[in-house]
Design a protein around this ligand. Structure first.
Ligand SMILES: [Zn+2]
Length: 456
């Protein structure tokens, strides 16, 4: 990927301003690694030293592990960042999970550097007490596999040591399109097999997956395989529009249309099989600026702004249903369900369970579009209401086949029983007043520290 060298040299000769800045050793993020072959190269050896130092120096926030090894036996380091003093968020709920990998292609240095810089930025921010980063790491786990293809990186090539394109070797419509060297079978290579094993073992329910490359300055969402928009197009279009409005004009398109048709990629696997909201983040190709040095945080500053945006808002990157109101009367149930997230969901149900946990009633399936509110009416029969029972909400995080399920119990402490003005004989008697009875359910929609109390 050195096509940009000529262009850069031309710019230099023309005396035009360039992005290159003077090297300042005092900067916190100097280029990692050593100058090799006219560009600065993050070697697996220097990466190994760095990640081990990070883990040793900052055990409160860095947990180092490995996803496996490359074909030549090099460790595939995964830097895990979070506030490890707490297993959960401060409010007791599970932390969001972000999965990042870099360096599928060994000659795409800036993509690998962006993964490296993401890790370094969050470590430095934590140590500096940066409020936004501390809050993010209290609520989120970042799992960053910085260099997936160390053998290819060592010899500055796109392929792994077996001449396989790792980003065509995943088990999602593997080798079903005109493609580069996809390997002998899906996951034939230890790098891709290790990466998918890590996804399936440690970040199964990740709420964001970003895989980092270098080529054309663009962010690509699924699919590569098909030109059609993916089922969660509302999510990807929202992020596209919001990034353009707030952060960066970087193009954001589905991969098939934005780049070229491809299959067996980690992006399509991450979305289509794992159910992750997924992006391929391509930095631009001007990765070699001869004779110049530039601080990494300056070179990739805009890309990091986008990464901060994606990570800090990760809670919204899937469906987040909240039952705002549940009104139960003699012959009907009126439910107002709000989707606080930006992904649609399908196949949702509401259930009523008695005190022993037996399901007394299950609603028909319903859908809630992204960032939308829906009011549903169901027929009811008071004979199955157990005043000591509870309500469950079940829904898929996303609508693709791989989407995982959320099964949430409506917190009993948040159930508000409101007696109607006309009826004293409410739920305690097991009977309903012929006019109205009201069971109010108060859910607290929790969104990144903001509490939204809705009372019927
Ligand atoms: Zn690539």
């Amino acid at each position: 990927m050195r096509t940009a060298v000529g262009l850069v040299v031309c710019l230099l000769l023309a005396g035009l301003p360039t992005a290159a800045a003077q090297y300042d050793p005092a900067r916190t993020h100097a280029w990692p690694g050593e100058p090799i072959d006219n560009h600065v190269h993050l070697t697996w050896a220097s990466l190994t030293l760095d990640v081990n130092n990070w883990a040793e120096d900052h055990p409160d926030v860095v947990s180092l592990t490995s996803a496996g090894t490359s074909e030549l036996g090099k460790t595939l380091w995964v830097v895990r960042l979070s506030d490890w003093s707490m297993d959960t968020k401060p409010n007791g709920s599970a932390k969001e999970i972000v999965y990042i990998d870099g360096g599928h292609h060994g000659n795409e240095y800036l993509g690998t550097a962006l993964a490296y810089l993401t890790a370094k930025t969050y470590i430095n921010g934590w140590n500096a007490g940066d409020a936004a980063i501390v809050e993010t790491l209290q609520n989120t786990e970042l799992h960053i596999l910085i260099m997936l293809n160390p053998d290819g990186n060592d010899i500055d090539t796109r392929w792994n040591i077996n001449q396989v394109d790792l980003n065509r070797n995943y088990d999602h419509y593997w080798n079903t399109c005109p493609t580069t060297q996809p390997g002998s079978s899906a996951f034939s290579e230890s790098e891709t097999a290790s990466n998918s094993a890590y996804m399936n073992t440690h970040v199964t329910d990740a709420d964001l997956y970003v895989t980092m490359h270098t080529g054309v300055w663009i962010m690509l969402y699924p699919w590569g395989k098909w030109p059609e928009q993916p089922p969660d197009w509302e999510l990807f279009h929202f992020i596209r529009d919001d990034v353009h409005e707030q952060v960066s004009p970087i193009p954001i398109q589905n991969a098939n249309q934005g780049l070229y048709p491809n299959c067996g990629t980690s992006r399509d696997y991450g979305y289509g099989v794992m159910g992750f909201p997924t992006f391929t983040f391509e930095t631009d190709d001007e990765q070699f600026v001869p004779g110049s040095f530039e601080a990494l945080e300056d070179r990739l500053g805009e890309e990091m702004d986008v990464m901060h945006y994606l990570i800090e808002n990760v809670w919204f990157w899937r469906a987040r249903l909240s039952v705002d109101a549940l009104e139960v009367s003699e012959d009907r149930i009126l439910a107002t369900v709000h989707n606080l997230g930006h992904a649609s969901t399908a196949n949702a149900t509401l259930q009523h369970l008695d005190e022993e946990g037996n399901v007394r009633w299950t609603s028909p399936l319903f859908n809630v579009n992204a960032t939308n509110s829906t009011t549903l009416t169901f027929e009811a029969n008071p004979t199955w209401i157990d005043p000591d029972g509870h309500w469950n909400l079940n829904y898929q995080k996303r609508v693709i086949n791989a989407a995982t399920w959320v099964n949430e119990t409506v917190d009993g402490e948040r159930v508000l029983l409101v007696e109607s003005e006309e009826a004293g004989l409410l739920l305690g008697t097991g009977l309903f007043h012929p006019m109205t009875s009201l069971l109010g359910v108060v859910l607290i929609g929790w969104a990144r520290g903001r509490r939204k109390d809705i009372i019927v």
